[in-house]
Design a binder for this molecule. Structure first.
Ligand code: HH2
Length: 278
């Protein structure tokens, strides 16, 4: 089991100038901290702090710059608030500094492929790690991605990365898997992954889903990034029903509410729901 009850909500905190939906909004440490606290108050179980955008076409950021962006926020969250922190990075040096400052979760969108030192670092820490599927790299991942069977291929990739992490000494019970919605996927690929998410859940590790405000929701609704909250909730409701454990979102409050209703209706918490006239 994991230390987070299902459903768990991961609040997104991008300390970047160029993230696809909130770029620039939380670059200043004060604004970032305030946003982290408000997400925690709305029911986030942990805050995912990232200093490098992975949006399609994004350019890489140096280690020094990434550290400069994320560390003031992580230090303040650990010291002042005790809010659980996840570090969204593929660089071992950034993860190491974040873990030393109190982060307890490493969210590596390269699934330990981006930095040869990352697996060993995670193994030596007692942090959880999320291994995500991505086809190619952010700069080029949306250039005509192709699969014969996207769900089978993503599952096979995640099984291989899970086995790799375990071989490197990461205890299996600290590993999370993520199909990587929008990372080298067409609209159809994203929808197929959500529809057949139970096949990813069947691998046997808890699954994280990051559908929040992504382009496939814009394609279906015609809405701009900040107006994709309802579409995001719908995607997460489906993912929860298919067995996902953690939901990475920008809009924590509406997600928490939706998951409470779904959990009481079809989830584990049905037996815990108070039986009264409502
Ligand atoms: N998506 C993004 C970033 N990190 N991590 C996981 N585990 N799963 C995801 O789906 C995921 C992720 C992209 O979203 P965002 O952080 O809002 O944008 P950007 O990469 O432009 O900062």
């Amino acid at each position: 089991m994991t230390r987070f009850a299902r459903p768990a909500v991961m609040g997104v905190l991008n300390t970047t100038p160029d993230s696809f939906s909130d770029g620039g909004a939380f670059l200043a440490p004060d604004a970032a901290l305030e946003h982290a606290r408000s997400m925690a108050a709305e029911g986030a179980d942990l805050i995912d702090v990232g200093g490098e955008s992975t949006r399609p076409g994004a350019e890489p950021v140096s280690e020094a710059e990434e550290l400069r962006r994320v560390m003031p926020v992580i230090e303040a969250l650990g010291a002042d608030d005790g809010i659980p922190v996840s570090i969204d990075t593929s660089k071992a040096a950034v993860a190491q500094a974040a873990l030393a400052a109190g982060a307890t979760f490493v969210n590596d969108v390269t699934a330990l492929r981006g930095d040869a030192r990352m697996a060993g670092l995670v193994a030596e820490s007692d942090a959880d790690v999320c291994l995500m599927h991505m086809l190619g790299e952010p700069r080029t991942m949306q250039d005509d991605p192709r699969y014969d069977d996207v769900v089978a291929e993503v599952a096979a990739f995640l099984e291989e990365r899970l086995a790799f992490a375990v071989r490197q000494g990461v205890p299996e019970d600290r590993i999370w898997l993520d199909p990587g919605i929008g990372f080298g996927k067409t609209l159809r690929h994203n929808l197929e992954l959500l529809r057949r998410l139970d096949e990813i859940v069947a691998i046997g590790r808890p699954v994280v889903v990051g559908a929040s405000r992504k382009r496939f929701i814009g394609a279906l609704t015609g809405k701009a990034e900040q107006e994709r909250g309802a579409g995001t909730v719908a995607a997460n409701v489906i993912a929860y029903e298919r067995g996902a454990h953690m939901f990475r979102v920008h809009d924590v409050g509406p997600t928490r509410d939706a998951l409470a209703v779904v959990g009481a209706t079809v989830g584990e918490s049905i037996s815990e729901a108070p039986d009264r006239l409502e």
